[in-house]
Design a protein around this ligand. Structure first.
Ligand code: 2HG
Ligand code: ZN
Length: 473
C-alpha cells in the first residue's frame, strides 16, 4: 500500500493555502509534546485551518485518506489528550486560527466564540460588555475555548458556576465525515431530542471537532473580596467553607485548599512570591467572594466569618487583599502550584474528586497510603475544595532519580485511586482521560457504561480517525 500522506498534504495545501499547513519539524515541534512533557509524538504536519469550512474540508480529506487527526487547542492538557502518538501517522489539527469573538450579548447574557479564542480573551471580551464568563483555570492564558469545552474543563469557579459543560448553550461541530453541525443556538430552553452538545463536551476530540460555541454569561461582579487563611487542618478548611456558605449563600466564587508543602514549593521556586502571614502553616485556604449586587457588604461579611473562625481556632491567621494587585498576588500563590511542583522535580498527578464532605478524610488516608508505598514521597494535595476536586499530587522523594520515580506512576496512581474508590470518588475530576488514563476506564467505567461509550464512538466516528488512543482503552 502506498503512503497516503504525501498526496493528502498536497491536497490540504491546495485547499488551505500555505498558511494552513506546517511541515518543517522546527515549526511542528511545539505541537507534538504535551505541557507536562510526558509524551513526545511525531507528525508529518500541523494543519491550521482558518474557519469551520476549512476544518470540515480538512476532516473530509483526512477521512478519505484514512489518516487520523489529533485536534489541539492551547496544548495545555494534563493527560496528553492533544498530542499525536510516536508513529508519525497522525496529523495535528490546530484550531488556533479560529480566533474570532463572533458576538457578545449582555441582554441575552451569551457570547459566541470560535474554538481558537483563548479562555482569557473570551473572559476579557465578556468583561468589556459588563459581563463575566464564569470559568477560570490556571492555563487560561493559553487554553482555547475549543479545548476547554472538548475536555469539559473545571477550575476555580466550579463551586459557583459548574464546569465548562454547564456554560454551553450551543455548539458548532465538524463531524468525522466532514459534515458541519451548526448548533449555535442561544436558547435557555430547547428540549428537542438528544442533547448532542453535551456529547461533544468532554469527548476530548474523539467524537467531533468543536469549532465554535455559545456560552452563558452572568453579570460582572461589582464587589470582590479575597483572603488567604492559614487554617488548623483540612477539617478546619472544610468547616470554614461551610461557614462561608451559610453566611452568604451564593457569594463564594472560589474556595481553594493548599498544603504547606505545596505553598512551600511556590515560595521556594516562584520569583517574587511571598507569604503575607506571620508564619508558615501546614494548611491554607484561599477564598474569593464576589457579587454583582452593589453595596453588598462583602468585605464586612468576610471579616465577620474570619473573626469567628479565628476565635474558634479554625483559622490561625489571615490576609485580606486590599487592592487588585494584592488579590493577584494571593491568587498567584495558588495558581503557581503546578509550575512550582514541576521545578521541584518529578511529580505524579492525581486529579481526583470525592464528595466535598469527604475531602479531609480522603487527604489523610491517601497521604498515609502513599507514605506506606514509598518512603520519602511528598504528598502535595491542593485544589478545589469547594467542589471536592483535590489535586493529590505526589512529588518524588528528595534526591531520588526522577526517571525512577516516574516509572512508578501506575503504582502511585493506583494507590491513590484505591483510596478514591473507598470515598466514592472519581479518578479524573477535571483533567479528563486523555492518553494517560484510558487504562483505568475498564475498572472504573466498565460494563454497560464503557459499552455505551464504545457504541457512541463507533456511531459517530466509525473509521476511528478522531483523536485515536484517547479516552477509550
Ligand atoms: C489547577 O487546579 C490545575 O491548578 C492543575 O488543575 C493541577 O497541576 C495540577 O495538578
Ligand atoms: Zn485544578
Amino acid at each position: 500500500m502506498t503512503d497516503p500522506i504525501p498526496a493528502l498534504l498536497d491536497a490540504l495545501r491546495a485547499a488551505l493555502g500555505p498558511a494552513g499547513l506546517l511541515t518543517d519539524p522546527a515549526d511542528t515541534a511545539g505541537y507534538v509534546e504535551d505541557w507536562r512533557r510526558l509524551y513526545r509524538g511525531r507528525t508529518p504536519a500541523v494543519v491550521r485551518p482558518a474557519d469551520a469550512a476549512q476544518v470540515a474540508e480538512t476532516i473530509r480529506l483526512c477521512a478519505a485518506a484514512g489518516v487520523p487527526v489529533v485536534p489541539q487547542g492551547g496544548n495545555t492538557s494534563m493527560v496528553g489528550g492533544a498530542t499525536p502518538d510516536a508513529g508519525g501517522g497522525q496529523l495535528v489539527l490546530s484550531l488556533a486560527r479560529l480566533n474570532r469573538v463572533r458576538a457578545v450579548d449582555p441582554r441575552d447574557l451569551t457570547m459566541t466564540v470560535e474554538a481558537g479564542v483563548t479562555l482569557k480573551a473570551a473572559q476579557e471580551a465578556a468583561a468589556a460588555a459588563g459581563c463575566l464568563l464564569g470559568l477560570s483555570i490556571g492555563s487560561e492564558g493559553s487554553a482555547q475555548i475549543g479545548g476547554v469545552l472538548a475536555t469539559n474543563a473545571g477550575g476555580n469557579n466550579t463551586v459557583r458556576y459548574g464546569n465548562a459543560r454547564d456554560l454551553v448553550l450551543g455548539l458548532e461541530v465538524v463531524l468525522a465525515d466532514g459534515q458541519v453541525w451548526n448548533g449555535l443556538r442561544r436558547l435557555r430552553k430547547d428540549n428537542t431530542g438528544y442533547a448532542l452538545r453535551q456529547l461533544f463536551v468532554g469527548s476530548e476530540g474523539t467524537l467531533g471537532v468543536i469549532t465554535a460555541a455559545v456560552l452563558k454569561l452572568v453579570r460582572a461582579p461589582k464587589e470582590t473580596a479575597v483572603a488567604l487563611c492559614a487554617v488548623a487542618s483540612a477539617e478546619a478548611a472544610l468547616d470554614l467553607f461551610g461557614r462561608f456558605q451559610a453566611h452568604d449563600p451564593g457569594a463564594v466564587m472560589a474556595f481553594e485548599y493548599m498544603s504547606g508543602t505545596g505553598l512551600g514549593f511556590v515560595l521556594k521556586h516562584i520569583p517574587g512570591a511571598s507569604l503575607p502571614l506571620a508564619a508558615p502553616a501546614d494548611h491554607y485556604v484561599l477564598v474569593e467572594l464576589a457579587t454583582p449586587r452593589p453595596d453588598a457588604g462583602l468585605r464586612a461579611g468576610l471579616e465577620t466569618v474570619l473573626e469567628s473562625a479565628l476565635e474558634d481556632g479554625l483559622v490561625l491567621d489571615a490576609a485580606i487583599a486590599e487592592s487588585e494587585a494584592q488579590r493577584a498576588a494571593l491568587w498567584r500563590l495558588r495558581e503557581e502550584h503546578s509550575e512550582a511542583q514541576k521545578r521541584e522535580g518529578a511529580s505524579v498527578k492525581n486529579d481526583v474528586s470525592v464528595p466535598v464532605s469527604a475531602v479531609p478524610g480522603f487527604i489523610a488516608a491517601a497521604t498515609e497510603a502513599c507514605a506506606a508505598l514509598m518512603p520519602g514521597i511528598r504528598a502535595v494535595p491542593f485544589g478545589h475544595l469547594g467542589d471536592g476536586n483535590i489535586h493529590f499530587n505526589l512529588e518524588q522523594p528528595e534526591g531520588a532519580d526522577p526517571a525512577w520515580f516516574l516509572a512508578q506512576d501506575h503504582a502511585i496512581m493506583d494507590t491513590v485511586n484505591a483510596v478514591v474508590r473507598r470515598f466514592d470518588g472519581s479518578f479524573s475530576a477535571e483533567h479528563g482521560v486523555g492518553r494517560l488514563k484510558p487504562y483505568m476506564m475498564p475498572e472504573w467505567r466498565g460494563g454497560a457504561e464503557l459499552d455505551a461509550m464504545r457504541r457512541i464512538k463507533a456511531a459517530l466516528d466509525p473509521a476511528g480517525i478522531l483523536n485515536p488512543g484517547k479516552v477509550l482503552p
